[in-house]
Design a protein around this ligand. Structure first.
Ligand code: WT7
Length: 648
């Protein structure tokens, strides 16, 4: 099974937008004549003022900078809405499915979406929101999340979407970092039949030194009776009621900021990844069309949350730019039962489904019946995103969900890259389960060994990208130096992805996972340092070290080694308290799977924690701990090994 290869199905090879010879030729052009290639691809966007310059980009310190289509102007919301009105104003833009199958779904046409966006944009303007200002969105998966994003894009405000599963603390940090004075939220969210107290979380966050916030717009989702602060809080419906449905789209420079999205790195606080307007629009819409072989009229569903980059690029912006019907689902795959996804596929006639391996693994465990009792005959293409997909899950997805007839595009990319960087194209590439196959047009991946030497041919090393692409992030909000240091100094002049990668004899790429202190829990990216700082903030904790561990459903779980203050006797109660503490500090996605109390952490004589050893213990790879002779106290390791708890 490990070596399975699935050839391109004949109908795909015959009819796809990008077939094998087309891929080869265009890829070569994109690398050899990038200017001409991008000049042409960028025509998919309606520019207000056409660009004359294509790209000026250097990853070197002396002339560091990245810009694309710099003298062009455009508006992304107009590209998502206005330009479709004549041709497909009555076509459904967003098909929304609520958490509960007993509640009605909603279908919003392009014309209706345009009107809602204009009204909400006017409400933002009435609140004094100006071009370049940051607007924080903390919303459930409802169409209004897309409305708010598009409204910001329409008036040139920079949105910062914060995933609705984050805690008040995490929300407060993100509001402060980008100096946002306006927050858009809902009374409550609904997920898997449970209520999420969004407005209460915002109130709590604003109690955490977010004095700058003077406006909170509150959407009624459940109708819960939430306290409203007079003079600060505005009811969404009342606020838009008096607004005009006409709101001119702001003329934005290609390099004007579009959005900030916080993501975790190996050190410090989450970084505000900044994407700009022109390059991102071209990159997101181009990849969408080619990766999903998208044809007008097809029903497309990306099951990601808008709180992550996948939701930005592939639920909202790229599908709408392309004039697609995009499905938005509020709930979770396993509620009310594990058939939910496939029932939605049948309900809407979904042709293209794009989801995360963690959801597939969770569903796979529940047995095939939940899938096979649905029809799924509408499906023609499947996608995977966010984390490595293990071959078992891939095979299940292919055989059971797709009944062997749907190609799977395993798309590797990052918050930083804006959209897909490596993936098979369904009409061009034979599939190998677990491989992200080939680079997207314009992407030049390199594998480097530990000395920074380029590995040619088959081999494994650190994945770097050796030139800019239009959808590349432009800076870390408020810290351009950190942007340069994080991504361009590990290997000079190259973009450092943080991922390990193997290239096989056919030139296929296989992502092997992060090689830095970032872990991927259920497709959610987390810095081990963030979990550590949450743990040490607890009054009874002296020190903490966090590593990833293999987890059958989540991909990676969170393993925390904790040293308590000397006077504290660690017990079960403290373990439970710490789990709750981390959930409160960061959010439920950061729930530790194992907490191991230890009197000491393994350190070198200079006091550095030896994470390599902790990772091995996390992986339960105890026979292979490597050289421990440089430890200040090698005995610590014996204690750690002896005390390793098994998974709860
Ligand atoms: C990290 C980026 C992709 C956008 C959503 C996640 C891992 C992502 C794959 C894949 C193997 C993958 C990488 C990457 N990753 N997609 N198809 N195969 N690994 O974006 O939260 O910025 O996380 O997710 O490790 O660096 P993100």
């Amino acid at each position: 099974m490990a070596d399975a290869v699935y050839p391109v199905p004949a109908d795909w090879a015959a009819n796809a937008l990008i077939t094998a010879p087309v891929y080869e030729e265009r890829y070569r052009n994109s690398i050899e004549q990038p200017d001409a290639f991008w000049r042409e691809e960028a025509q998919r966007i309606d520019w207000i003022r056409p660009f004359t310059r294509v790209s000026e980009a250097s990853f070197h310190e002396a002339d560091f900078g990245i810009s694309w289509f710099a003298d062009g102007t455009l508006n992304l919301a107009a590209n998502c809405l206005d330009r479709h009105l004549a041709e497909r104003g009555e076509q459904v833009a967003i098909l929304w499915e609520p958490d509960s199958p007993n509640e009605a779904s909603r279908a919003i046409t392009y014309r209706e979406l345009h009107e809602q966006v204009c009204r909400f944009a006017n409400l933002l303007k009435a609140q004094g929101v100006r071009k370049g200002e940051r607007v924080t969105l903390y919303l459930p998966m409802v169409p209004e999340a897309a409305v708010a994003m598009l409204a910001c894009a329409r008036i040139g405000a920079i949105h910062s979407v914060v995933f609705a599963g984050f805690s008040p603390e995490a929300l407060a940090g993100r509001i402060q970092d980008c100096d946002s004075r306006i927050v858009v939220t809902a009374d409550e969210g609904l997920r898997g039949g449970k209520k999420v107290p969004l407005k209460a979380n915002v109130d709590a966050a604003l109690g955490h030194h977010c004095e700058a916030v003077d406006t909170v717009i509150v959407l009624k989702r459940t109708g819960a009776d939430v306290p409203m602060t007079p003079g600060r809080d505005i009811d969404w419906a009342l606020g838009v009621a008096g607004q005009s449905a006409d709101c001119p789209a702001e003329e934005m420079g290609a390099e004007d900021p579009l959005f900030i999205l916080y993501t975790s790195g190996s050190t410090g606080k989450p970084k505000g990844v900044l994407h700009t307007t022109g390059g991102y629009s071209v990159w997101a819409s181009m990849t969408f069309q080619y990766v999903f072989d998208y044809r007008p009229g097809q029903i497309y569903w990306c099951a990601a949350d808008v709180g992550w980059v996948t939701g930005h690029s592939y639920v909202v912006y790229a599908p709408l730019m392309t004039g697609a019907t995009t499905v938005m689902f509020e709930g979770v795959p396993t509620w009310p039962d594990p058939s939910r996804f496939w029932q939605i596929v049948d309900k809407f006639g979904v042709e293209i489904f794009y989801g995360a391996p963690t959801a597939l693994r969770a569903l796979m465990r529940e047995g095939d019946d939940w899938v096979t009792k649905t029809s799924r005959k509408s499906l023609r293409l499947l996608g995977s995103v966010g984390e490595p997909i293990n071959p078992e899950a891939w095979e299940w997805y292919h055989r059971v969900v797709g009944e062997g007839r749907c190609p799977i595009v395993d798309t590797w990319w990052q918050t930083e890259t804006g959209a897909c960087m490596m993936t098979p194209l369904p009409g061009a590439h034979a599939l190998k389960p677990g491989s992200a196959a080939k680079p997207m047009f314009g992407v030049k991946p390199l594998l480097l060994d530990n000395e920074g030497q380029v590995i040619e041919g088959a081999g494994e090393g650190c994945l770097v990208i050796d030139r800019s692409w239009p959808g590349q992030m432009r800076t870390v909000w408020g810290d351009h130096e950190r942007f340069f240091q994080t991504y361009f100094t590990t290997f000079k002049g190259l973009y450092f992805t943080g991922d390990g990668c193997r290239r096989d004899k056919d030139g296929y790429y296989w992502i092997t996972g992060r090689i830095d202190d970032v872990i991927n829990v259920s497709g959610h990216r987390m810095g081990t340092a963030e979990v550590e700082s949450a743990l040490v903030a607890h009054p009874k904790v002296a020190e903490a070290a966090v590593v990833g561990m293999p987890h059958a459903v989540k991909g990676q779980g969170i393993y925390a080694f904790v040293t308590t203050n000397v006077e504290v006797e660690p017990d079960e109660q403290l373990r439970r308290d710490l789990v709750q503490w981390v959930r409160r500090e960061i959010g439920p996605i950061a729930t530790p799977d194992i907490i191991q109390f230890t009197p000491a952490l393994p350190k070198t004589r200079s006091g550095k924690i030896m994470r390599r050893i902790l990772r091995k213990i996390g992986e339960n790879d105890l026979s292979n701990l490597g050289d421990i002779s440089t430890l200040a106290d090698p005995q610590v390791v014996e204690h750690l090994v002896a005390g390793r708890p098994q998974m709860a």
